[in-house]
Design a binder for this molecule. Structure first.
Ligand SMILES: C[S@@+](CC[C@H](N)C(=O)[O-])C[C@H]1O[C@@H](n2cnc3c(N)ncnc32)[C@H](O)[C@@H]1O
Length: 270
């Protein structure tokens, strides 16, 4: 979509949105001037190379972990904080291994639904819903999700580059717990998160300042806090680590940064 065309855009173009900024960081076109300006401020704070490497390191982790999960036989995915469609979306990676894999995409930014309808919900086994991860029961009880996800069987919940947009006040661990309660043994949680460990505090403070003016603030967390989100899950080897170190042979290799941590947890038998 051209966002600079003559017809007025159907979205709030006066406030930067994390989904549209991320699209810009990845080289996409579904963003507005306000998003690009904010994204450029982030690049100025941490450096353009690091910014580019971080988003691609994260995206490559997403693709490898979905590939791993599909090879492990997981055929249903809930992708929280989907982002705008790009290359190698969850259903594309999963359905290469299991053609009938079910995928529910969830994002609270309405632009994701609008673009996702065309590009993510490409078949009867994928759908996109607009919902807020801070209200997990709304997602879990959503009729479109219930139509595709059978909680009596293992499911993968993906929280990739989402929880750094959830402040402590909204209890990220509580969100995981709400999903965990419904998940069958053998289900998985895949998670990546921006961290305080590896980037100078003053650079992170400048990034936080940019996102304070966006539709969502950003929160960098130390690895021990991120590890808490896997409570109740057994971490799959190599555990909570830099995304580029997570099973690099399992798909496209990512750039290597110290920006993030990522891991995959498996829910053991009760
Ligand atoms: C950095 S993008 C990550 C996209 C994708 N998961 C990936 O890793 O490539 C974060 C996404 O989370 C979404 N998001 C932020 N807060 C959210 C919330 N409370 N509920 C649902 N989605 C949210 C944003 O709209 C954005 O699309």
């Amino acid at each position: 979509m051209s966002t600079d065309g003559a017809s007025p855009p159907p979205y709030d173009t006066s406030t930067p949105s994390p989904a549209r900024m991320y699209d810009y960081f990845l080289g996409g076109k579904d963003n507005y001037a306000v998003d690009r300006e904010a994204a450029e401020q982030v690049k100025a704070a941490v450096g353009e190379m690091l910014c580019h490497a971080t988003v691609w390191e994260n995206r490559r982790f997403l693709q490898r972990v979905v590939h791993y999960l599909a090879e492990a036989g997981i055929d249903q995915f809930i992708d929280l904080g989907t982002g705008l469609p790009t290359q190698g979306n969850v259903h594309e990676v999963a359905q290469e291994v299991i053609p009938e894999a079910h995928v529910v995409y969830v994002d609270n930014d309405p632009i994701v639904l609008a673009h996702g309808r065309a590009l993510l919900a490409t078949n009867a086994t994928t759908t996109v819903i607009t919902a807020d991860a801070r209200e997990p029961d709304t997602i879990l009880d959503h009729p479109d999700l219930k139509a595709l996800i059978d909680f009596s069987r293992p499911v993968a919940v993906l929280s990739i580059a989402l929880f750094h947009f959830i402040t402590d006040e909204h209890d990220p661990a509580g969100i995981v717990a709400a999903f965990r309660k419904r998940m069958a043994p053998g289900s998985y949680l895949a998670l990546s998160h921006l961290t305080t460990d590896g980037t100078p505090a003053e650079e992170l403070a400048r990034v936080e300042e940019v996102y304070r003016r966006a539709t969502s603030p950003i929160v960098f967390r130390p690895p021990e806090r991120i590890a808490e989100y896997f409570a109740g899950f057994d971490l799959v080897e190599p555990g909570l680590t830099r995304p580029w170190k997570w099973r690099p042979g399992y798909g496209p290799a990512g750039p290597q940064t110290d920006s993030l941590y990522a891991g995959l947890g498996r829910l053991p038998a009760a």
